[in-house]
Ligand binder design. Structure first.
Ligand SMILES: Cc1cc2nc3c(=O)[nH]c(=O)nc-3n(C[C@H](O)[C@H](O)[C@H](O)COP(=O)(O)O)c2cc1C
Length: 376
């Protein structure tokens, strides 16, 4: 049997809003090998929504790109899978984790966890419809009170022909309040013969390898870790920390802006979108802290670092302090200077000037961008 394309890989999670093709191009440049689209709702594809179709587009540099779909009807899900595959998706993923009410009320996302028989029929039809692998992304269950049913759901998905099973180690109602439960992920990995892709709270290479070894999952998936540190893929592959200095991080943001311009184009609507998205990304980038294993390895075994309130740091150089600033107004100001600059040197100069004027008290907990609440 051919080796699974997921085995041994670190996968970029589906990330609504943040996981657009320009961001994916950045993470591919920084080491990602498997990337996933933002969630596309099949009903919107079937009613020919251009915005939904845009979600199926990949960038040519993506080595193994998959499309995530949301649907609950076997026939239409099959149609959605065909559309995605015909536009180049190398795998198609079914969203069974999205917790937001607007989605679950329609029977999509995490609400499929409550209907394993229906879910299996959806997967069966998707598998029949396309030649590429069909995967599912699950959570542990609907709610802690109702208990875990991920084992039962994962079994149903494998029997229906899923080629790999992603497990985000939290319940639907948990959002990000608790650490992901990797013991439960390990159990699913031991029960299944298809690859299990473990997901939840990976921020450093040492946490990644610890989870990988301890749980026996085939692959890992990165969500917020990739949004905070787009170079995390390379760190994990090379098993070493990479500590980009503030200039390098600003340059990464500059590249992202360039990719966005290429991808979204030059219409006023694209300018507006970039004007919103760039500060949004800065809201994740500002959470970056260097976390050498010698200092943080022990703490990471007690509690995942992504779930830990990390220190702001003292005596920081002005540009470093600027990039760590958690205030939305600061993110907008940085973005505005990047957008207005004709070259990176100018962007750097303008942001250095901004850093020199930065008012104090920007060192609070970086507020989680509100779109993070759509996590699936
Ligand atoms: C901004 C944001 C958008 C997300 N969008 C989706 C989505 O469209 N589909 C999905 O299955 N999960 C989505 N998620 C959940 C992630 O894929 C991932 O399962 C979750 O963040 C846990 O991984 P992490 O701890 O590495 O962040 C999203 C998460 C975030 C932060």
């Amino acid at each position: 049997m051919a080796e699974s394309p997921f085995a041994g890989k670190v996968v970029l999670a589906p990330l609504t809003r943040g996981g657009h093709a320009a961001f994916r191009r950045l993470v591919v440049e920084l080491g990602a090998e498997v990337t996933t689209s933002e969630m596309a709702v099949v009903k919107n594809l079937l009613s020919n929504s251009p915005a939904e179709f845009a979600l199926l587009r990949s960038h040519p540099s993506e080595p193994f790109f998959g499309v995530q779909l949301a649907d609950r009807k076997p026939e239409t899900a099959a149609e959605g899978a065909r559309l995605a595959a015909s536009r180049g998706a190398r795998f198609v993923d079914l969203n069974c984790g999205c917790p937001i009410d607007a989605i679950t009320r329609k029977g999509l996302g995490a609400s499929l966890l409550r209907k394993p028989t229906l879910l299996a029929r959806v997967v069966t039809e998707m598998v029949k419809a396309v030649d590429v692998p069909v995967t599912v992304k699950l959570r542990l269950g609907w709610s802690e009170a109702k208990g875990e049913n991920v084992s039962e759901v994962a079994k149903a998905c494998e029997e229906a022909g899923a080629a790999a099973i992603g497990v985000h180690g939290r319940f639907r109602e948990q959002r990000y309040q608790k650490a992901a439960n990797w013991d439960a992920i390990a159990r699913v990995a031991s029960e299944r013969s298809v690859p299990v892709i473990g997901n939840g709270d990976v921020l450093t290479h040492y946490e990644a390898h610890e989870r990988w070894q301890r749980t026996g999952v085939s692959a890992l998936m990165l969500g917020r870790g990739a949004l905070i540190k787009p170079w995390l893929f390379r760190e994990i592959r090379e098993r070493r920390e990479i500590f980009p200095d503030p200039e390098e991080r600003l340059y990464m943001t500059w590249r992202l802006l360039g990719f966005m311009r290429e991808y979204f184009g030059d219409k006023p609507s694209a300018h507006r979108r970039i004007g919103e998205l760039l500060p949004w990304h800065l809201g994740f980038f500002c959470r970056y802290r260097p976390l050498p294993e010698a200092e943080w390895g022990e703490a990471s075994r007690r509690h995942p670092l992504l779930q830990t309130r990390l220190p702001q740091g003292e005596g920081l150089a002005p540009l470093e302090r600027l990039l760590r600033d958690g205030r939305e107004t600061t993110h907008r100001a940085i973005a505005a200077r990047l957008i207005a600059a004709a070259s990176f040197d100018e962007a750097l100069e303008q942001n250095r000037a901004l850093a020199a004027e930065l008012p104090p008290d920007g060192d609070g907990e970086a507020s989680e961008p509100s779109a993070a609440l759509v996590a699936g």
